[in-house]
Design a protein around this ligand. Structure first.
Ligand code: 5GP
Ligand code: ZN
Length: 116
């Protein structure tokens, strides 16, 4: 999608610190980290929300599961030996500000609950 910042990052048109990449998934460091480790795991292909990924499951060969697999592995490997958190803000009330689905991976400190 031409005006999507994460599509531009996936295409290499906007720089980012890439920590993982394969043909379908990219993981970058968040520009405004909320924990010692704060990664964003996303599909290379544009999907607006997690719901859109789920609706495309027949075509995308379990992309949702792949995103969770990558996020949990990176959480473990990037400071999450004592645990980590995966967050998917979805839609306006969910606090989603970038309309290209992404999993936040937060690690390196104890997290509080409930979220705001
Ligand atoms: P959301 O609010 O949609 O759940 O999360 C969007 C995240 O993307 C925020 O944590 C924000 O800091 C991050 N972000 C926004 N623009 C950029 C960017 O251009 N580069 C990187 N690396 N992160 C970004
Ligand atoms: Zn996009």
């Amino acid at each position: 999608m031409s005006d999507c910042v994460f599509c531009k990052i996936a295409a290499g048109e906007i720089p980012a610190k890439v920590v993982y990449r394969d043909e379908g998934v990219i993981a970058i460091e968040d520009l405004n980290p909320q924990a010692p480790t704060h990664l964003l795991v996303m599909p290379v292909e544009h999907f607006a929300t997690l719901r859109d990924v789920a609706l495309a499951a027949n075509r995308t060969d379990r992309l949702g599961a792949t995103l969770i697999d990558v996020a949990s592995r990176l959480g473990s490997e990037h400071g999450g030996d004592r645990g980590f958190r995966i967050v998917v803000n979805t839609g306006a009330d969910g606090g989603q500000t970038v309309g290209h689905v992404h999993l936040h991976v937060l690690a390196g400190r104890a997290m509080s609950w409930p979220p705001g």
